[in-house]
Write a protein that binds this ligand. Sequence first.
Ligand code: CU
Length: 221
Amino acid sequence: MSEQSADVSRRAFLRAGAGATAVAAGAGTAAAQEEEEGGGGGNVRPEWPSYVDDAEDGSYEDLRGESEVTVDVGPDGSLAFVPTNIWIDPGTTVNFEFVSPGHNVKPNDQPDGGGLDGSEGGEFDTIPEGETYEATLETGGMYTYYCAPHEGQGMKGAVAVGEDVSTVEVDTGGGGGSSRPEVPDAAKSLGIATGFGMAATLGLAYFFIKYGGDYGDYEGA
Ligand code: CU
């Protein structure tokens, strides 16, 4: 093994290392861009009124973009509206499907001119299982409603209509029922992991170059 060939292979190793560093840096930049796009003002949800703080189930779904949506009333014998809180576009029809007996839907609060009249009958008249109460909500704003026989047990819900509602940032760490996949974080982690991998490889390369390949004729170089 001549001194020259050892030198050439060392240079090739260094070049490969530099290339790997560029790739790692590129991955990091791509991850950062993706995170910006994913978090660009889209991660908000309506600010629900305190009335539904103690609502049973408490699930939330962003159903904007749908012309018709469904809320199950008392699924599996529960005293809950599921999903409990929804965000819809103006003009969307909400179908309250009575999947168990003994419940109704009554408005608690809504914007002026809001179309949530409540299910048929008096305050404590209930709707038979299998029937549906539908309400088309044209007016933007926050609506809250309840089931009169079970309001005290937390059988309530809320509907945010349109974009003119107060919103809060969604905690990306908490999930909070959001169905949005957290691709940006995953991409970021991958970028970081890749960076660590490259750094470890370069570190090893350094040690190989400095202490490895010490074949006698290379001493004192
Ligand atoms: Cu009820």
